[in-house]
Design a protein around this ligand. Structure first.
Ligand code: FES
Ligand SMILES: [Fe+2]
Length: 401
């Protein structure tokens, strides 16, 4: 479907309705999503503890793109496009590694950790290596979390950092480590995965494990006595009780969204575990469990759940029009020892079981949307954030037309 038709559909879409089928299936829509959303937004790539030594790198891949996230010095992390400047081969092929130089295996062109070309055999005397290198894209660091942006002139990452100032410090995320990271491929368009993440209308029917410990499954729990008690305890425990919400913003802040919102756990749960009991040592400078957890958002497709003793980061990316990746990182204190201070299976249990359930319902959603009988349906009052996401998304067609 051409740009003008898509822009017209976006402009006339009724408020608070799910999208027409074309937005979940069409190839042109998919190209639009990559170019107008993913190549312009701040995306979570990983945590600095995954590349502690100079020369450590890992790949972040989605759609047709591959980025080498590499530590080039004790204080610098680069994001280099994984496209050789000779004839375009991928340079790094494993998912992670460690090397002082990055060598393309096709004809041996060799780059340093800043991406500069250092060696290229049989190119003749007049060949000038200077100025040739792997293309660098923008990197933004947020308390040890690495974000990247492909745009030449992205919305400044300082918007996110300043917007979240005072919220994240006590978690000590720069000193955290990755206890587990896992990718969950979902046979759906990426938007159905984000729509699902941004609402808890489905939590009670789909997530009994989550719902027995988390107030968000029940509307109003933030403002009732339990919610007020938790907010009262948060400060005493060294946590921020601040709420900020700048999700799904337009230019010039496009793609630099942020939000932080603490809400109560219920039934005496202290954290997101099977029985509500602690899973790992308290994060950072947090002094005690306040009985709450935090919803975090950075950029349009990265979300976090911040418990007192661990943090879970979700990132949704498209692998194709009808395949998405849900990448989940579990962070604990950097000095916590697996098997001694935490049990990995117990740590990941809740969000693993919840994500498997989400995968099932999102894939069913896609199957229904694929039907010739699908038509957009009305959203509930528990789907306000989903509508924020969808209306921001529709706006991108008006801006691109
Ligand atoms: S494509 Fe990389 S060296 Fe030829
Ligand atoms: Fe869910």
């Amino acid at each position: 479907m051409n740009k003008q038709e898509l822009a017209r559909l976006a402009a006339t879409h009724p408020k608070r309705y799910s999208l027409p089928q074309v937005f979940y299936r069409d190839r042109d829509v998919y190209r639009h999503d990559i170019e107008q959303i993913f190549l312009k937004s701040w995306l979570y790539a990983g945590h600095q503890s995954e590349i502690p030594e100079v020369g450590d790198w890992f790949l972040f891949e989605f759609d047709q793109e591959s980025v080498i996230i590499v530590r080039s010095s004790e204080t610098e992390i680069n994001a280099l496009l994984n496209v050789c400047q000779h004839r375009g081969s991928r340079v790094c092929v494993e998912s992670s590694g460690c090397s002082k130089r990055l060598t393309c295996r096709y004809h041996g062109w060799t780059y340093d950790l800043d991406g500069e070309l250092k060696a290229a055999a049989h190119m003749g005397e007049s060949f000038d290596k200077s100025g040739i290198g792997l293309k660098k894209i923008h990197v933004g660091m947020l308390h040890g979390m690495i974000f990247i942006n492909f745009a030449a002139d992205p919305a400044p990452f300082s918007l996110v950092k300043e917007g979240l100032a005072g919220c994240l410090e006590s978690y000590g995320l720069e000193n955290a480590k990755v206890a587990h990271r896992q990718s969950y491929p979902i046979a759906s368009n990426w938007k159905l995965a984000v729509e699902n993440y941004t609402e808890c209308y489905h939590c009670a029917p789909a997530h009994p494990e989550y719902s027995r410990g988390h107030g968000l499954a029940f509307p109003g729990s933030r403002s009732d006595q339990l919610g007020l008690d938790v907010m009262g305890r948060a400060a005493v425990c060294g946590l921020s009780d601040k709420t900020v919400n700048r999700m799904y913003m337009d230019a010039p802040a496009f793609g630099a969204d942020f939000s932080y919102d603490r809400y109560p756990l219920i039934r005496d749960h202290l954290t997101g575990s099977f029985d509500g009991q602690p899973l790992a040592p308290l994060m950072g400078s947090i002094k005690d469990y306040d009985g709450g957890t935090t919803d975090l958002q950075v950029g349009p497709v990265t979300f976090g759940l911040m418990y007192c003793d661990h943090v879970v980061i979700y990132r949704f990316t498209p692998l194709g029009p009808d395949t998405a990746d849900c990448d989940i990182t579990w962070l604990v204190r950097g000095d916590a020892e697996e098997g001694v201070d935490y049990d990995r299976e117990k740590l990941i249990w809740l969000w693993d079981v919840t994500t498997h359930a989400d995968k099932t319902i999102i894939e069913r959603n896609q199957k229904g949307v694929n039907s010739r009988y699908y038509a957009p349906g009305p959203l509930s009052e528990m789907e306000n954030f989903t509508w924020n996401f969808l209306s921001w998304y529709l706006q991108s067609f008006r801006s691109a037309a």
